[in-house]
Design a protein around this ligand. Structure first.
Ligand SMILES: CC(=O)N[C@H]1[C@@H](OP(=O)(O)OP(=O)(O)OC[C@H]2O[C@@H](n3ccc(=O)[nH]c3=O)[C@H](O)[C@@H]2O)O[C@H](CO)[C@@H](O)[C@@H]1O
Ligand SMILES: C=C(OP(=O)(O)O)C(=O)O
Length: 417
């Protein structure tokens, strides 16, 4: 199993290109199942989750042709088996996103309950409840969601909580349903909007994406389209944090600050200088960061996927801060590993109190999930001495060529067996 070896203490400097967003690419790959015509995508990130999703839809019969450095064409003219087997979905939460499209297009689906980051129980009851409201007959048996519907019918769905993939699954299913579907309490995440833009380019009738109420007027069929995946706001935020933690100065290109308002505000509060261009962001760190408190919540509030990285920032900042996680019940697993690097963190339920220490010291630590891994990379880059991060396969799920991008910024980091 690969590990990452980091010699810390080098301020990051230079420019790095941000990749397409994992959490937009994954639902959009599933959207290809909705049409028998070709979907062409660009700015697709090279990530293990993307490869897993491509393998999953390919075994259903989708023809996948790579085009250029980051392009792809998907030919779903025949779906031979509407099945997502356990072995292919156990590593990835987003695999549940094939359920809505398969049911809408094929009238049946058998999808294993998904795996993914162990940051909470993460049930899929809202996905199931919404599809049932649209007339699907669904049972959960032997770890599989087994669903049938002759043709889904439009419905008014109010989800119990804001769910990102739940909103995406129901929105995709509704594009081919008979009549209008209204999703209330919908997720407003930018990745939901990117998916809606792709579906609209395929001929779907969607309004309200990006607000709490999405309306979808079902159509008979969707057609082919071309779509460019939005930049990854979480990868962007992660590199901003890495620059901030190391006292560096970096310029991130092919990205946008548009979806990062709260993250950028927190970095300003921490004392960073930030310059925003149309498709680039430059951050210059202060000599020492100030600790910043935050509370995660659905978009447009502070993203849970940036919580771990900010905990790493606070570890060697001046003062103390409270981090409150409200989305997932088990998303502080990085704290014990950060403590191994010398951090002062106290966990009390969904709150973590971080008191800045003068500096962190390198140690061997274990990555437990994707963003926890990112926080350990940030802490390792900022720490004095050598940090060895074990189980970095989590990082490869969501960060494209991370050691290459960091090395380009001057970091002393390499992958070791
Ligand atoms: C592939 C993808 O886009 N993943 C993102 C997506 O995950 P994901 O879509 O899985 O997260 P959700 O928004 O669904 O989860 C929010 C909360 O609702 C709960 N819940 C959700 C659905 C359901 O049917 N029942 C239920 O109880 C979850 O356990 C969690 O506590 O949004 C999360 C929250 O921004 C991000 O951290 C993930 O990176
Ligand atoms: C939690 C994440 O991913 P997933 O939902 O795919 O587990 C993430 O991207 O931080």
């Amino acid at each position: 199993m690969d590990k990452l070896l980091i010699q810390g203490g080098v301020p990051l400097a230079g420019e790095v290109v941000i990749s397409g967003a994992k959490n937009a690419a994954l639902p959009i790959l599933c959207a290809s199942l909705l049409s028998s015509e070709t979907l062409n995508l660009t700015n697709l990130p090279h990530l293990n989750d993307v490869s897993t999703m491509l393998r999953l839809i390919a075994q259903m019969g989708v023809g996948v042709t790579l085009e250029g450095a980051d392009g792809l064409s998907l030919d779903s003219r025949s779906i031979t088996q509407p099945l997502a087997p356990y072995d292919m979905v156990k590593t990835m939460r987003a695999s549940i996103l094939v359920l809505g499209p398969l049911l809408a297009r094929c009238g049946e689906a058998k999808v294993s309950l998904p795996g993914g980051c162990a940051i909470g129980a993460r049930p899929v009851d809202q996905h199931i409840k919404g599809l049932q409201a649209m007339g699907a007959d669904i049972r959960v048996e032997n770890g599989y969601v087994i669903a049938r519907a002759s043709r889904l019918k439009g419905a008014r769905i109010v989800t119990d909580m804001v769910t990102v993939t739940g909103t995406e699954n129901l929105m995709m299913a509704a594009t081919l349903a008979e009549g209008e579907t209204i999703i209330e309490n919908a997720a407003r995440e930018p990745e939901v909007v990117d998916l809606a833009n792709c579906l609209s380019a395929m001929g779907a009738q969607i309004s309200g994406a990006g607000s709490g109420v999405i309306r979808i007027q079902g159509v008979e069929r969707l057609h082919g389209a071309t779509h460019s995946i939005m930049p990854d706001r979480i990868e962007t935020g992660t590199y901003l944090c890495a620059a901030a933690a190391t006292g560096g100065e970096v310029r991130l290109t092919r990205t946008s600050s548009a979806y990062l308002d709260v993250v950028i505000d927190k970095l300003l509060d921490a004392g960073c200088d930030i310059d925003i261009e149309r498709d680039a962001i430059t951050l210059k760190a202060p000599p020492r960061l100030k600790a910043v408190s935050l509370r995660t919540a659905p978009y447009p509030a502070f993203p849970t996927d940036m919580q771990a990285q900010f905990m790493a920032l606070n570890c060697a900042a001046e003062g103390s801060a409270i981090i409150r996680e409200t989305i997932f019940e088990n998303r502080f697993m990085h704290a014990v590993e950060l403590i191994r690097l010398g951090a002062d963190i106290r966990i009390d339920g969904s709150n973590a109190v971080v008191t800045g220490v003068p500096h962190l010291n390198g140690a061997t630590v274990m990555a437990t999930d994707l963003r926890a891994s990112a926080s350990l990379v940030i802490a390792g880059l900022a720490a004095q001495g050598e940090t060895l991060i074990e189980r970095i396969y989590h990082l490869d799920r969501g960060y494209e060529r991370i050691e290459e991008k960091l090395s380009r910024l001057g970091a002393r980091v390499r992958r070791v067996p």
